[in-house]
Design a protein around this ligand. Structure first.
Ligand code: OOG
Ligand code: NI
Length: 403
């Protein structure tokens, strides 16, 4: 089976599963479809791609877990791109580094760009976890199996034989969806409370025996329009849209917003053996508008503008507003198509926005001792565990030459 077909089916299957479990996500997708249909200036090809486009997010407890799932995602034509460190991006406790699994060449991106923002906990970071807690987390994580034996076998078999056979495809997708479905089994109350006090994200990751898809994100043409429409429907959205705002020029990078994580009951078992319901917020829905990929030179200017009081004015003052001029001055990646010069779509994520999305769903900030030593090698360890993490800039560079 071509990996692009598998990826399209996986994205559709995950979306159906998530809509069944988180109905508000289904409503978000419907709203996106309705609003996108009104954008008559877009070509049918663009409508086709944007309409089915999604990203999701999963969180892991160790680099070994990420490496195991990297093999699985590879079967779907999704490879690790970019490294993100969220530990210093927010005032809340986010003991997290991340990468994103996505297609890496222009044709595969055009067929289906489904991506997964993939985080991993850093228990060795002393600003959050004591040595003793690190050992406990590692023991807990190393003792769990995130893949069923059947899924693990299918992955091994497909990896060894150079791909997924037609007869195994359906089962592989089914089992992958199962592995990413929230498990409603009872959790250890004391263990969860200990992790939760430090970081609700750490509890979500290491407090359970499984991982789960925590959101899916459809793409829209106009996120301001979407935001206003959802609010008018009475859906509580987070209070802002993350990322570089609309300015005089073409949209840059990525804008995102989300509805708050659902208040869901989970069963916890106390040390007294008694089961209690506890409220957690771990599943939400997000939406995004994607703009043009910027070069390292462009990124410096955007990041500087984002740090100023009036971001729109800063962008307008520091950048030319036409795509042509932006490309000529080396700020953005473009390609020459038969319709003329086109911006290359940004396919990745933004650490500040990611941290904002994480943070907006926390019920408390957790703790962080800024004076303790951080685990500076965490990004390098993630990179090493995956063998090779692609540099996003090199991929955009390649795309700009491909056409
Ligand atoms: C991931 C949050 C980051 C995005 O779109 O930036 C993310 C998470 O909450 O696990 O998905
Ligand atoms: Ni997201």
């Amino acid at each position: 089976m071509p990996s692009s077909r598998l990826r399209t089916q996986l994205a559709a299957g995950l979306s159906a599963m998530y809509a069944a479990e988180v109905p508000l996500y289904g409503a978000l997708v419907d709203t996106c479809g309705r609003l996108n249909a009104g954008h008559f200036d877009q070509t049918p090809a663009v409508h086709g791609r944007v309409g089915q486009e999604r990203h999701g997010a999963v969180r892991f407890g160790s680099t070994d877990e990420v490496a195991q799932f990297a093999k699985l995602f590879g079967l779907f034509g999704m490879y690790p791109v970019g490294l993100y460190d969220l530990r210093d991006t927010a005032s809340s406790s986010l003991p997290i580094v991340a990468t994103a699994f996505r297609p890496i060449d222009a044709t595969e991106l055009q067929t289906n760009p489904f991506r997964l923002f993939t985080s991993v906990l850093v228990p060795s970071d002393r600003r959050y976890f004591s040595e003793q807690l690190q050992v406990q987390i590692e023991e807990h994580v190393n003792a769990r199996e995130l893949m069923s034996p059947e899924l693990a076998d299918l992955v091994e078999h497909a990896t060894d034989s150079g791909g997924v056979s037609r007869e195994n495809a359906g089962r592989l997708i089914e089992l992958t969806i199962d592995a990413l479905r929230l498990d409603s089994g009872a959790l250890d109350e004391a263990w969860n409370a200990e992790l939760h006090a430090i970081s609700p994200v750490a509890a979500d990751i290491a407090g359970a025996r499984s991982t789960h898809l925590n959101h899916l994100t459809p793409r829209v043409f106009d996120i301001d329009e979407l935001y206003a429409d959802m609010e008018a429907q009475g859906v509580a959205m987070i209070d802002k849209i993350q990322g570089p705002p609309q300015w005089d020029g073409p949209l840059l990078l990525l804008r995102q917003t989300s509805f708050r994580a659902l208040d869901e009951a989970r069963t916890m078992i106390g040390s007294d053996g008694i089961e209690r319901q506890q409220h957690v917020r771990v599943r939400f829905g997000e939406v995004e508008q994607r703009g043009v990929a910027v070069t390292p030179k462009g990124r410096l200017v955007v990041d500087e503008a984002m740090a100023s009081d009036d971001v729109v004015a800063a962008l307008n003052d520091s950048l030319p507003s036409s795509l042509n001029q932006l490309a000529e001055a080396g700020y953005v990646y473009v390609q020459q198509t038969h319709d003329g010069l086109e911006g290359i779509t940004y396919e990745d994520f933004l650490p500040a926005s990611a941290a904002g999305i994480f943070e907006s769903n926390l019920d408390h900030a957790g703790t962080k001792d800024a004076t303790a030593p951080g685990a500076a090698a965490a990004l390098a360890r993630l990179n090493d565990a995956l063998g090779h993490v692609h540099d996003p800039y090199a991929l955009y560079e390649q795309q700009s030459l491909d056409v």
